[in-house]
Design a protein around this ligand. Structure first.
Ligand code: PLP
Ligand code: CA
Length: 307
């Protein structure tokens, strides 16, 4: 939607933004928090927006937690948010399976963490793998042979700190991946997200789910169905749930190729905050062709500029 260079948020345009927007969609890492540390001024800004009747929605690509766990995280940081307002890529994976009527008698093999397994199980699916398979090893013996498990109908891949050769073997060349490629072409390959890096801790970036997904693409030559930002799946889901007009929505994020694209693809107004992974020089670099409508240093500038 944005064809002109991003405008810095100003007392004038923040008033226009505020007047035209009914719902604010917030990305989490780099916007609300960084790792486990709250970004300055966020609770007060969210409280003000709520008090003015704005709808708040939180959309995160980090699949390691469930919505229940994110609600706990918000509360522990002093922000009252309920599960219904949270859209994590772990939840999106479960909702995607529901949308396509994935059969309940088929299992889902998970390269991912507890939060992803929890969402799948809450939606009524049987998850295999997850952190438990992180302790398993492949025995490279001449007579090693794993039998195909035809009950697995989908492989779901998100960030997995316990990823290992065993899991890759399971999905790529052995039990389940073979199903994707040769034995059972109907076996789905779903990625929660493809972020290159993420803030597993506050001060440093760590490899994101993108590298786990790429390991599988590299070997299978298959492309995943991606349910996290910037895919339109999560947006369509939340639009249907909340019945909001996208022209009255503002997507606030710190990453151009996920958050800003996610908002732009849906026709939302977009606001880039520089409190996360994108700095001003990246935004203004001639090689960058994703321009949000507005940019500002951090979320609390909305509060400051409206005063
Ligand atoms: N994936 C992982 C593993 C992360 O650690 C993060 C951020 O910390 C993300 C994705 C991106 O999350 P968000 O969409 O909230 O910025
Ligand atoms: Ca982010």
């Amino acid at each position: 939607k944005a064809t002109r260079p991003s405008q810095p948020l100003s007392p004038q345009n923040v008033r226009d933004l505020f007047a035209s927007v009914d719902a604010f969609l917030f990305d989490c890492d780099g916007v609300i928090w960084k790792g486990n540390t709250l970004i300055d001024g966020v609770p007060q800004t969210l409280e003000m927006l709520r008090s003015k009747g704005k709808k708040l929605v939180f959309v995160t690509n980090n699949s390691t937690k469930s919505r229940r766990q994110y609600a706990e995280k918000f509360h522990s940081l002093g922000i009252p948010v309920c599960e219904d307002e949270i859209f994590s890529s772990s939840f999106a994976a479960a909702m995607y399976l529901k949308l396509i009527d994935f059969p309940r008698d088929k299992k889902v093999y998970v390269i991912g963490e507890e939060g992803l397994l929890e969402e799948l199980e809450r939606a009524g699916y049987t998850g295999l793998g997850g952190p438990d398979d992180g302790k398993k090893m492949v025995q490279l013996k001449p007579n090693s042979l794993f039998e195909h498990d035809m009950s697995v109908g989908a492989v779901v891949v998100g960030l997995d700190q316990y990823i290992n050769y065993y899991k890759l073997h399971m999905v790529i060349t052995c039990r389940y991946g073979t199903l994707c490629i040769r034995e059972n072409p109907g076996c789905l390959f779903i990625a929660t997200n493809q972020d290159a890096v993420g803030h597993m801790t506050d001060l440093q970036e760590w490899p994101g789910a993108g590298c786990m997904v790429a390991a599988i693409c590299g070997s299978t030559q298959k492309e995943p169905i991606v349910v996290g930002k910037p895919s339109t799946f999560m947006m369509d889901f939340l639009l249907q749930k909340f019945q909001i007009d996208t022209s009255k929505m503002c997507m606030v994020g710190d990453r151009l190729d996920t958050d800003i694209l996610f908002g732009q693809n849906a026709g939302c107004t977009t606001l880039l905050v520089l409190s996360g992974v994108t700095n001003l020089s990246t935004l203004q670099d001639p090689s960058n062709n994703i321009q949000p409508d507005y940019h500002t240093n951090k979320v609390s500038d909305i509060l400051k500029l409206l005063e």
